[in-house]
Write a protein that binds this ligand. Structure first.
Ligand code: T4K
Length: 369
């Protein structure tokens, strides 16, 4: 018997019917090729380029190692401007490379880096900007590129939330020098663990491929101190299967997004981000709890929890408040008022393709009542 009111998490991974995965496993068993650029890995790289509409894509074991490698690919040094309103992996990828994060405040309308505040953070040591397309909402890519061009900076987008998102009719992943995706279990498109770097040319792709394979260019040549960032055949095979279902997954997420917007529209003290105007992926549904809502954000978070509804405060605390970052001059509260306000008010509501209508109504009732 199914338990009444089983927990509702902020997300649940989409899993295709198990029997659809068996033929992939049989093939792996038959090939005895488990990792290191195997046949499924090669197929998935091509299939993702086709699906996403990008030229070159290198698969990774996860998004964090992909971010670390992206910075090494472009030989970034010194200071990197980034967002404090993100998952901690964004800034950790800088520390893993011995780089200094410089946090810049966000735009309240998007939760992305505020382009108006980037220039004042640039110093002679700045070499790159690492913006985040937070919740899958595209950054102001034109303004960011303009600033990067003016100051000779590289742009690496943390595009972990941005699978399949289009901007002005084209993949958002085409902007900047590199974009990094995450295929973690909690993402719209998942390979259990996984990630990728999207790059514009074959030469860069080759450097990325060396770097993710210990730096090996051939059996006896090591070009750089690379890491082991390779995706296995099991993950790649699962990725191929997931791609067959992705349209339906995103369609269902869109319905859930619409339902939240309709039902929460006009509820005092609940603010949503604007509805995305172009092809979105509905990866998160953040709401911002305002002072005129009857209880605080944390009280609502706990109230939902007592009913088995596990929303998440993405992204609270701010990255700049974690111990390894809070001593940085750019982490000062007065430098990041908008991000600090968002972190205090945000609550991401459950959104995933298998969320039932009745469970969504339970969530909404709990917020409205
Ligand atoms: N940049 C950005 C902007 C990111 O958001 C992320 C990852 C990265 C970089 C790094 O990419 P990866 O290296 O992860 O590929 C989760 C994810 O672990 C993380 O991937 C993600 N961002 C972040 C926003 O969320 P947690 O600590 O909140 O995950 P966890 O384990 O608490 O899971 C959340 C809920 O999901 C659970 O309450 C239940 C559900 N869940 C989770 C897993 C793992 C499942 O139902 N099944 C599962 O297998 O970080």
């Amino acid at each position: 018997m199914e338990l009444l009111n089983k927990p509702i998490y902020v997300t649940q991974p989409y899993l295709p019917p198990l029997e659809e995965f068996i033929p992939y496993l049989e093939k792996i068993w038959e090939n005895k090729w488990l990792t290191n650029n195997g046949p499924f890995h090669q197929q998935l790289e091509q299939a993702l380029c086709d699906y996403l509409g990008v030229e070159h894509l290198a698969l990774f074991t996860n998004g964090t190692i992909a971010l670390v490698t992206a910075l090494q690919t472009l030989r970034i040094t010194g200071e990197v401007i980034t967002s404090p309103f993100s998952f901690v992996a964004t800034a950790h990828s800088l520390l893993w490379n011995g780089l200094a994060p410089v946090f810049v405040d966000i735009d309240p309308a998007t939760c992305n880096l505020d382009p108006d505040k980037i220039e004042q953070a640039i110093t002679p040591h700045t070499t790159a900007i690492m913006p985040v397309h937070c919740y899958g909402t595209p950054c102001n890519v034109e303004r960011i590129q303009q600033i990067a061009d003016t100051y000779g900076l590289k742009v690496i987008y943390d595009a972990a939330h941005t699978f399949g998102v289009k901007y002005k009719g084209e993949s958002i992943l085409k902007h900047g020098d590199l974009s990094v995706l995450s295929f973690h279990a909690t993402k719209v498109y998942n390979t259990f663990e996984g990630g990728a770097i999207v790059c514009p040319d074959a030469k860069t792709k080759q450097r990325i491929d060396y770097l993710k394979n210990f730096g090996f260019a051939d059996e006896v040549t090591v070009m750089a101190p690379g890491i082991n960032g390779k995706m296995s055949e099991i993950n790649a095979a699962f990725g191929l299967l997931q791609l067959q279902h992705i349209e339906n997954v995103i369609k269902r997420r869109a319905q859930i997004d619409t339902c939240y917007r309709e039902q929460l529209n006009g509820v005092n003290g609940i603010k949503c981000l604007p509805q995305p105007s172009e092809l979105a992926n509905y990866s998160y549904f953040p709401v911002f709890i305002q002072p005129d809502y009857p209880i605080s954000r944390d009280e609502l978070y706990h109230k939902l929890k007592t009913k088995g509804i596990y929303g998440r405060r993405y992204f609270y605390p701010l990255i700049s408040d974690f111990p390894m970052y809070r001593g940085l001059p750019s982490s000062a509260r007065y430098n990041l008022p908008v991000a600090a306000d968002a972190a205090e008010k945000v609550l991401c509501l459950p959104i995933y393709s298998s969320l039932s209508e009745s469970d969504q109504m339970r969530i909404i009732e709990c917020i409205v009542s």
